[in-house]
Design a protein around this ligand. Structure first.
Ligand SMILES: C[S@@+](CC[C@H](N)C(=O)[O-])C[C@H]1O[C@@H](n2cnc3c(N)ncnc32)[C@H](O)[C@@H]1O
Length: 230
């Protein structure tokens, strides 16, 4: 058996410091793709932790190769010409799209998480693309009429009891309906009674595993500009 990757492929190389319950980079990217968010639309992660969802969204929008910031075990193999690695990296860099003006917002109530998120974004080369803020989601004012909010909130597995988690989801539901009335909402959680607490049945949901925990990705479709379809 030969392992050409080395470090797991979920690791993009931009995340040095971990905080509580970060989502895997690959799952964060999947959440962005499933939301069908497009680079000219507004994106908000209102419980961003270390910023993974926002960073992956910015990398997707800029067409930054997921492996651009990491090494692969096969780079040390003498059977592969070193020049191939340089060429393929040059090709990936030349395909990056630096022209777009992105509107990605990421906030969290925890100051330390935002510090780490900013460092991660810098390592990923997308720090200019994301507006980070320390903020309780309840205090966020909507940055636009339409947009997509994607969140990976606490699930209550270890850190919060059911009552607190229900309160949090209820507050988040009220926040979405009041401040982001026309937006689309995307929430991943393992909490079985999420829709009841949030106060609305999702347009669609999808089973996903987050580090072995069975979750559902609840999708609420809103209006979109430019006639984009959900
Ligand atoms: C599961 S973590 C998110 C992890 C993140 N996806 C990452 O990759 O690091 C949930 C986050 O929700 C944040 N949070 C909890 N209550 C909040 C609130 N009322 N407003 C904003 N953020 C909140 C926590 O501080 C925590 O960082």
């Amino acid at each position: 058996m030969l392992d050409s990757s080395g470090e797991a492929l979920t690791k993009r190389g931009y995340r040095a410091i971990k905080r509580l319950a970060p989502i895997k980079e690959t799952l964060a990217a999947a959440l962005v793709y499933l939301s069908k968010w497009r680079a000219d639309e507004v994106l908000l992660d209102a419980m961003c932790g270390t910023g993974t969802i926002a960073i992956e969204a910015a990398m997707i929008a800029r067409n930054i190769a997921p492996g651009a910031n990491r090494n692969f075990a096969a780079e040390k193999w003498s059977v592969i010409d070193e020049k191939l690695w340089t060429d393929i990296r040059d090709e990936a860099f030349s395909n990056e799209d630096l022209s777009k003006d992105l509107k990605i917002y990421a906030s969290d109530i925890d100051e330390k998480s935002i510090e780490v998120a900013k460092e991660n974004a810098e390592k990923a080369g997308v720090e200019e693309d994301i507006i980070f803020e320390v903020k309780d989601f309840k205090d966020i004012e909507s940055p636009a009429k339409y947009g997509a909010v994607i969140v990976n909130p606490p699930y209550g597995e270890r850190l919060m009891n059911d009552e607190d988690i229900e309160e949090l989801y209820k507050d988040f539901g009220n926040f979405c309906r009041k401040k982001l009335a026309k937006w689309s909402y995307y929430i991943i959680t393992s909490y079985e009674d999420f829709e009841k607490a949030f106060g609305k049945v999702a347009t669609k949901n999808r089973k996903l595993y987050n580090g072995g925990i069975k979750c559902y990705y609840y999708q609420y479709f809103g209006d979109r500009k430019n006639g984009y379809r959900n």
